[in-house]
Design a binder for this molecule. Structure first.
Ligand SMILES: Cc1cc2nc3c(=O)[nH]c(=O)nc-3n(C[C@H](O)[C@H](O)[C@H](O)COP(=O)(O)O)c2cc1C
Length: 353
């Protein structure tokens, strides 16, 4: 089966020629569906779709909407152009059961994608220049039908080492990115705080006070547009509670979970991906479903105990509609699948039922 984002092609080839396979085929003449749910104030046919990543531009987003995925995220953008890591970016990953959190465990990765249910991704968050992605994101917003929603994902870029007042510049870059995304007309924003392929430094989501400062600055700029924070897996309950305490009064929701970092090796134990700084990469799919469900359950408890009303987006290892239902039962208001949707482009229609 050809995946709509085809890992056997480069990122640029996918961007220029995708989507591929059945996902890209001519539309089935399906009758319009009534909205049966709402997400962050917007009516949706089904609160299910594809998270930031595989939908690299408007052509992919348009196909996702057409295939019955109703809440979709345009891949994370930045305030300036940023190249993708070298090919390959997505490898099949062999995980026995659950992928352990942490970077220590080596994971066997190879190119045999046909039967894969867990994969790596190592892109380094590539972005076009805003002059290119803004009109394209606006086209993706316009591709949403009735009861469908496009979410715009963005992240800040660290200023160069030695630049003056690096923290202020880092905050300002988030604000600038959010403002550029809002100009495209997106109804919901998602701020990526959790990319494990962005160098070896600590992830932004683990610095609650800084996330609160950034979120407040972004919200001040974007006004009423809902803001969701995309989180990594938190091993520590107190750290997650601290982040929620610091930000729940500012933002409108949390999406969990991003990929889990793992040390990818080939059959000989050597790093599976070429180039410096890529020995650890994000793993997603079947092996991380436990982590997404765990995060959603903990966020739902934090919401309930403090009588808060933020939204929760459940992500990670959703390969079937039963997995999506498990996320809803754990407390997710919306559910998304990246790996599962790539494997089965009929997943959106199956979840709609
Ligand atoms: C090809 C690919 C690219 C991704 N790129 C991004 C990204 O740009 N921003 C982001 O927040 N998450 C990104 N992700 C992570 C997904 O949004 C999601 O959190 C993760 O894949 C877990 O979901 P899954 O198990 O359904 O794949 C990417 C995932 C994949 C598979």
């Amino acid at each position: 089966m050809t995946w709509f984002y085809d890992p056997r092609r480069t990122y640029e080839d996918n961007y220029a020629h995708g989507p591929f396979g059945a996902f890209a085929a001519a539309p089935v003449d399906a009758p319009p569906r009534p909205a049966r749910a709402s997400f962050l104030g917007h009516p949706v046919v089904s609160p299910f779709g594809i998270p930031a990543g595989p939908l690299v531009n408007a052509a992919f987003c348009e196909a996702a909407f057409r295939n019955g995925f109703d809440v979709n995220v345009y891949k994370t953008v930045r305030t300036s152009a940023h190249p993708s890591h070298a090919y390959p970016n997505v490898l099949a990953v062999h995980v026995e059961g659950r992928l352990a959190p942490g970077r220590a465990a080596p994971v066997l990765a190879d190119g045999a994608l046909d039967d894969a249910t867990s994969i790596s991704n190592s892109f380094g968050v590539p972005s076009r220049d805003p002059d290119a992605w803004q009109p394209d994101m606006a086209a993706a917003v316009a591709a949403a039908g009735d009861g469908q929603l496009l979410v715009g994902s963005f992240q800040g870029t660290h200023p160069a080492p030695g630049a003056p007042d690096r923290e202020s510049a880092y905050i300002a870059d988030h604000v600038a990115a959010a403002a550029l995304v809002v100009e495209t007309g997106v109804p919901v924003l998602e701020m990526n705080l959790s990319c494990p392929n962005e160098g070896t430094g600590a992830l932004l989501c683990f610095d609650g006070p800084l996330v609160a400062r950034i979120s407040a600055a972004v919200k001040e700029r974007v006004g009423d547009v809902p803001l969701v924070l995309k989180l990594a897996y938190f091993g520590d309950d107190a750290a997650l509670a601290g982040l929620v305490d610091a930000t729940a009064g500012i933002v409108d929701g949390y999406a969990a979970v991003n990929t889990l970092p793992a040390r990818l090796v080939d059959a000989a134990g050597r790093p599976a991906l070429p180039g410096a700084g890529r020995d650890v990469a994000g793993v997603c799919g079947d092996g991380i479903r436990w982590a997404g469900l765990d995060m959603v359950g903990r966020l739902a408890r934090l919401r309930e105990t403090a009588a808060r009303d933020f939204a929760i987006v459940g992500v990670g290892g959703v390969l079937t509609s039963a997995h999506a239902a498990a996320y809803r039962a754990a407390g997710a208001d919306a559910v998304m699948s990246a790996t599962g949707a790539m494997i089965d482009p009929g997943l959106g229609a199956a979840v709609r039922g």
